[in-house]
Design a protein around this ligand. Structure first.
Ligand code: ADP
Ligand code: MG
Ligand code: MG
Length: 499
């Protein structure tokens, strides 16, 4: 899923323009009111800022960049300027965060709802089935999680047809970019402090973004609730991770502001080095683990063998705080998103009518595929829908022509295979011209954006320790590309400027 989707882009400015211009790329056009030389100066300013402030990712060109910290770094892809976003929608999205936090917690406690809602999916989707098996095991032994920590990100797009803020999805596992996302807001503030007057953009209208420090605070407070000074936080990571600096930002805050040590372990390492003591304590590599923070484990690729599944089960069985627990993880599936959007379902979990109305207002059309009528409409007009399997991490959805073919095929087979998917109303954000910077090169292209709002929730039995909105992540992608995903190479990191 590299940047191969990128259509012919117009290169507007780069330091090495003459030397490196790829074949087929037209020479720069000047963006409205912006001279190429001015853009080049700002791009250089920005890329230097990234380098000296740690707004970096591992470089694909260096094979060790995903395993050896400090080797093969490149600035994260970013947009040169923040994207305009109406203040009213910003406020609406922020207000939703604590409500979604609360909802996830309530739904997670209803094990039967999760099992029942996912029962058909279970029959056709091996990955979801394995997660449900772990969940069922925990239900059998009546496992209770007294301390519950959620670090979520709810993603939205502005639908231009209805002029409304609609939710794309709610991530309850491995919500990425709290570290780098907050840095992009700082980068944009710095640039606008310098150039904003000339550009007509006021840096004060970029909302403060404390995602990194607030996620670290939530993890630190969870550690404190666990109440064992010698315990560590364990971040579960993929064996290769080019987005490691996003993670190290949290690790760094935890150490410097909370005095908490974090270890990073792969699922295979947890299996090899981990054990549960008779009292339920999780010990990995000789260290007591207070919080297991998953930055891996959300995709079938993370479980190449039984070893990794063994590790997942081991952690779930322990008394360590899991972020997320298996229940929280399941609440974040696309299927549960669709079930919660059905009439009268939210009412089962929430009491406050205003909260329910606020949530419903941001739900796009969502359907299960046992709805014959909607399947028919989607086959007729595939461009108005997105077909989604139970997967995370970008690049899994099906659109347009492929959507039609897939539906026709699955429908003919008459099997249960349709239950692996949900259908979603396609959202159409208004496109705008943006300067995108990747690998030190600036391109101008038509883009659309997706705003993610981070939320942190921590409770210990009846005491809600934290239930906050925690900053944001704007991701901007070329409008001709269906999928988002910065790590997948589809999008750039961005921030917002309120209008
Ligand atoms: P994942 O869990 O893999 O991130 P998403 O539901 O977020 O799955 O879908 C991935 C990307 O696909 C989104 O970031 C967005 O760009 C695009 N997308 C998803 N749902 C829709 C939709 N309903 N309308 C338009 N684009 C969508
Ligand atoms: Mg997701
Ligand atoms: Mg997503």
């Amino acid at each position: 899923a590299a940047a191969s989707h990128v259509p012919q882009r117009r290169r507007v400015a780069s330091r090495a323009m003459s030397a490196e211009a790829p074949p087929g790329v037209a020479p720069a056009d000047e963006p409205a009111g912006l001279k190429a030389a001015a853009v080049a100066e700002m791009v250089e300013e920005a890329t230097v800022w990234c380098a000296v402030h740690g707004l970096v990712v591992g470089d694909r060109a260096e094979p060790r960049s995903g395993t050896v910290p400090g080797v093969g770094l490149v600035h994260a892809p970013f947009s040169l300027f923040p994207t305009r976003f109406p203040a009213s929608f910003w406020k609406q999205a922020c207000e939703l965060a604590p409500i979604f936090n609360d909802l996830v917690d309530r739904v997670s406690l209803d094990g039967k709802f999760l099992q029942d809602s996912l029962s058909k999916t279970k029959q056709v989707d091996d990955f979801t089935s394995r997660l449900l098996d772990i969940h069922a095991k925990m239900m059998e032994v009546n496992k209770k999680e007294d301390i519950r920590l959620g670090l979520h990100r709810s993603d939205y797009m502005l639908d231009s047809e209805t002029n409304s803020l609609l939710q794309i999805e709610l991530n309850t596992i491995s919500s990425s970019f709290p570290g780098l996302g907050s840095l992009v807001s700082e980068l944009h503030r710095t640039l606008l402090n310098q150039y904003g007057k000339a550009l007509g953009l006021d840096s004060k209208r970029i909302p403060r973004n404390w995602a990194a420090t607030q996620f670290a605070e939530a993890l630190g407070r969870a550690w404190a609730e666990f109440n064992n000074k010698s315990a560590v936080i364990m971040m579960v990571v993929q064996p290769e991770e080019r987005n490691m600096y996003d993670q190290y930002w949290l690790i760094n805050h935890l150490k410097e502001s909370h005095g908490v040590k974090t270890i990073r372990k792969t699922l295979a390492q947890v299996e090899a080095e981990g054990q549960i003591l008779p009292d339920g304590t999780l010990v990995v590599d000789g260290q007591t683990v207070s919080v297991v923070y998953f930055r891996a484990g959300y995709s079938p690729n993370d479980y190449p063998s039984e070893v990794e599944w063994g590790a997942r089960l081991l952690m779930e069985q322990s008394s360590a705080i899991k972020c997320p627990s298996i229940s929280y993880h399941l609440v974040g599936t696309k299927k549960i998103q669709q079930e919660l959007a059905k009439p009268n379902v939210l009412e089962r979990f929430l009491d406050n009518k205003e909260d329910i109305a606020k949530l419903q207002k941001c739900f796009a059309g969502l359907w299960s595929l046992d709805n014959e009528e909607i399947v028919k409409s989607a086959i007729e007009k595939p461009d108005l829908f997105v077909l989604k399997p139970q997967r995370e991490g970008g690049g899994n959805n099906i659109y347009g022509h492929d959507l039609r073919e897939t539906l026709v095929k699955l429908h003919k087979e008459q099997g249960e295979a349709l239950a692996a998917y949900i259908l979603m109303q396609r959202i159409f954000p208004r496109a705008s011209l943006t300067h995108l910077v990747q690998g030190g090169v600036c391109f101008e292209d038509l883009t659309i954006s997706e705003l993610g709002i981070y939320g942190a929730y921590l409770r210990n039995k009846d005491k809600v320790v934290m239930n906050n909105q925690c900053g944001y992540l704007m991701r901007t992608k070329v409008s001709s590309s269906n999928e988002g995903g910065v790590a997948a190479g589809f999008a750039v990191l961005d921030s917002i400027i309120l209008t």
